[in-house]
Design a protein around this ligand. Structure first.
Ligand code: PEP
Ligand code: MG
Length: 779
């Protein structure tokens, strides 16, 4: 297990104990828990009890202010009890979710600690509370089964830096409060957090494509704790150990399920997960929490809150991904300790939706891979995540199960209710909750149209892609996961034009051995049979972090130490990769593609390394590939002016239009803010490609396009007009692109592109669309 991000919270200069409690006040953590228990158990009205909680906590933490905001009707957070702020503001001050620091804590469901709260951009001045004299603030969400019920806040006059332990104390009290707030006395205050039945569209990002309609199922990583404090730590320790043992057993059973038992990247993900469950540091932290008077399940919950707070500061995607795994495990362990079925989905609303056989779309803040596997696969049709991007572990497993996923959908859990109708448009990264009739109808039609289209594409599958005027265009597919391979047959691709070897590496902790790589490449050869396959050597770095090569502190990783640059500094890695490919080829032809080539000298050095490995294979007397071809990616603009020199060193070229566009326009391909601002169909970019086709033809070397543009029918038509005759794309694009190829004339497209390249267009997609319409090309 990796060492977790260091806790960078600075100990408060005025805090006196390691535990965040004031020795001056005489209240230690156990005493505080005892007093809170007494407050909660009393028969006093709810308001008196809330007042008791804020008073006790303010004293224990030496905070001048302690307040509770309760989330009520209309999604407003109402100041419901305070020690230190003006009492006249109680039940009058209300904040919207996301408004002010309190609203921010609620909206993000994350703790916040600020020594100088007033200079924070989210600070909202509330004159009626008299809070302007308090400089520092720490707050945590009050969560019950991941629903935000309110916010607990402390404030101090001085610029106090709250220690990590103090945040943990607040979180522990918030757990106690969550129990109280969900009781019947608060029903009047509490709304259901919803604004009626309004339909709502939420944007996110595509993690796995596809379109589905179903009923929302809210996935709660947490379950409701029945017991928070405990008298006998020894007994709780025993319960914890027994719970951990049971957890390991349930994981074994879950991972043996038939649909995930086979090899594949998801297997690595699951094994990593199992290692976290075995981590002794985690068990120790939970035992420490038990010593402070918590029950075993509350100790687990606290370890989770603690990890979440620490990891929210981590920028490393690998570490962030570990957090989802960890949350999956803690939720599972809490269920075991609470005597609930740990194999069932962790969903406290399941009963409302689970009845019947409707298709479900699961909505979660984040999720570990095992949690996804806990759902009934026959009904699970889609997944919406507030966090997680395409590289998330749960995404890799979702792809293995062929489920569309939209990630980074802010606020979806706050908006959705169990059983809500939901449309998930994975292709466009959007989610429609409670869609109106029109939206439903149009998606219903889209679903019908998709099935109809799928039938058309299937009927074209075995037809060669030839234009109306007889130009043959080779359509290949891009792959990077074993789960992509079955689509080779179903899509009718002529082969694999780009196999991204880094993708399987991304899921692993260790760099794979030659044997492991050989096994993987052999499976790809087996799946491709006689069809060609192009293996791209490791394209690590930039947007594809691989743990073994993470170079810390680079300001521009996309322009930094990555891909071929790493390989040339570590020739053994490239040699091992080539060795594995030669072994896997077992006498069949081998095509190797080098990524991110910037300068022809790099090609020369890479070739030398490859030749060395070929000689080694010859000397060892093994079976050599029937033919070995080496190609260069054209994705760094400098290569556009080195084609004649590069051609003497390679057999083919392949245009990485995704990166070429990013580097040509200095526009980060991962930036949400500028996405779509610069187009592959802009005339400067098209001219670049036109000149490249000319130079490759003069140098006598074939050239393919393997970036995303090749898979979009209008752009594929433009590429054909520019002279490309080989395109490699995602499998799902083969059908649509083939249909366009079959319906167009290459000569007419060439004329169109020639005219277009003479003028300036920021984006010529509309012109191609008009051409397709005029020439009756289906796109
Ligand atoms: C590209 O850059 O266009 C490409 C095909 O490679 P990747 O998307 O893997 O960087
Ligand atoms: Mg690239």
């Amino acid at each position: 297990m990796p060492s977790w991000a260091a806790d960078d919270v600075i100990q408060s200069p005025d805090s006196q104990g390691q535990d965040g409690f004031s020795s001056a006040s005489g209240i230690g953590p156990r005493e505080m828990m005892k007093r809170l228990r007494a407050v909660m158990a009393s028969a006093e009205p709810a308001q008196i009890r809330l007042d008791g909680v804020v008073r006790t906590l303010a004293q224990a933490m030496r905070a001048e202010v302690c307040s509770i905001y309760v989330r009520g009707r209309g999604n407003l957070l109402e100041l419901s009890a305070t020690e230190g702020l003006n009492q006249t503001a109680v039940h009058r001050t209300r904040l919207r979710m996301g408004e002010g620091l309190v609203g921010d804590i609620a909206a993000k469901a994350r703790p916040l600690a600020l020594a100088d709260a007033q200079s924070h951009e989210k600070f909202a001045y509330l004159p009626e509370t008299g809070e302007e004299i308090y400089q520092s603030l720490a707050g945590v969400p009050i969560l019950r089964a991941e629903a935000v019920l309110g916010v607990l806040v402390v404030q101090n006059r001085v610029g106090r830096q709250y220690a990590g332990e103090e945040i943990e104390t607040l979180e522990t009290v918030a757990m106690v409060l969550a129990e109280m707030l969900s009781g019947p006395e608060f029903e009047n205050v509490r709304g259901d957090g919803q604004d009626a039945d309004a339909p709502i569209r939420l944007g996110g990002e595509t993690v796995a494509g596809g379109l589905v309609v179903g009923k929302a199922q809210l996935h709660r990583g947490d379950i409701v704790l029945r017991r928070i404090v405990a008298e006998d730590p020894a007994e709780e320790r025993q319960r914890l150990d027994a719970g951990l043992e049971k957890l390991r057993e349930t994981l074994d059973t879950l991972f043996e399920a038939a649909d995930v038992a086979g090899d594949g990247e998801h297997r690595d993900v699951l094994e990593t997960f199992r290692m976290i469950a075995d981590d002794t540091g985690w068990a120790r932290r939970m035992r420490d929490a038990i010593e402070t008077g918590l029950s075993a399940e509350a100790a687990v919950q606290r370890s989770r809150a603690d990890m979440r707070a620490r990891m929210s500061r981590a920028t490393d995607p690998y570490l962030r991904e570990r957090l989802s795994d960890f949350e999956d495990l803690t939720a599972r362990l809490v269920r075991i300790l609470s005597g609930e079925d740990s194999d069932a989905p962790l969903d406290d609303t399941a009963a409302e939706v689970s009845s019947g056989d409707e298709d479900i779309v699961v909505i979660a803040r984040s999720m570990g891979p095992a949690e996804l596997l806990s759902y009934d696969r026959s009904r699970l049709k889609g997944l919406v995540l507030e966090e997680a991007s395409a590289a998330a572990h749960v995404a890799i497993v979702a792809r293995a199960l062929d489920i569309p996923v939209v990630g980074r959908v802010d606020g979806v859990l706050a908006e959705a209710r169990p059983g809500d109708p939901i449309v998930l448009d994975g292709d466009n990264g959007q989610v429609f909750l409670r869609p109106g009739d029109e939206v439903r109808e149009s998606f219903g039609q889209a679903l019908d149209a998709r099935s109809a289209q799928r039938r058309i594409f299937e009927s074209l599958r075995d037809k060669p892609a030839v234009t109306l005027d007889g130009e043959r265009v080779h359509l290949m597919m891009n792959a990077g996961l074993l789960v992509d391979l079955p689509q080779l047959d179903s899509s009718g691709a002529e082969g694999i034009g780009l196999y991204r070897t880094e993708i399987p590496f991304m899921a692993r902790r260790e760099y794979p051995s030659v044997e492991q790589q050989t096994a993987l490449y052999s499976r790809i050869y087996d799946a491709t049979g006689d069809r060609p396959v192009v293996f791209r050597t490791l394209d690590a770095g930039g947007d594809k972090p691989i743990r073994a090569f993470e170079e810390q502190g680079e300001e521009n990783p996309a322009l930094g130490w990555r891909a071929l640059r790493i390989a040339l500094d570590h020739p053994a890695l490239l040699r091992q990769q080539i060795r594995a490919m030669i072994l896997a080829s077992n006498g069949r032809p081998l095509s190797v593609l080098l990524p991110m080539v910037s300068e022809v000298g790099e090609l020369k050095r890479a070739r030398d390394i490859i030749d060395l490995e070929i000689r080694r294979a010859q000397q060892s007397g093994g079976l050599l590939p029937r033919e070995i071809k080496v190609g260069a990616m054209i994705e760094v603009p400098s290569m556009l002016w080195q084609i004649p020199n590069a051609a003497s060193l390679v057999d083919f070229f392949s245009v990485g239009s995704n990166d070429l566009l990013q580097f040509a326009f200095a526009a980060d391909r991962g930036s949400r803010k500028i996405s779509g601002r610069y187009a592959t169909m802009s005339t400067p970019f098209l001219r670049m490609l036109r000149d490249l086709v000319r130079d490759c033809a003069e140098a006598g070397r074939p050239v393919t396009v393997c970036g995303e543009m090749a898979g979009r029918p209008l752009e594929a038509m433009a590429l054909i007009g520019l002279g490309f005759r080989s395109l490699s794309m995602n499998a799902s694009s083969i059908g649509p692109v083939k249909r366009a190829v079959l319906g167009c004339r290459a000569e007419a497209l060439a004329d169109l592109m020639e005219d277009l390249c003479r003028v300036h267009r920021k984006d010529a997609t509309g012109i191609l669309r008009a051409f397709a319409r005029d020439h009756l090309v289906a796109t």
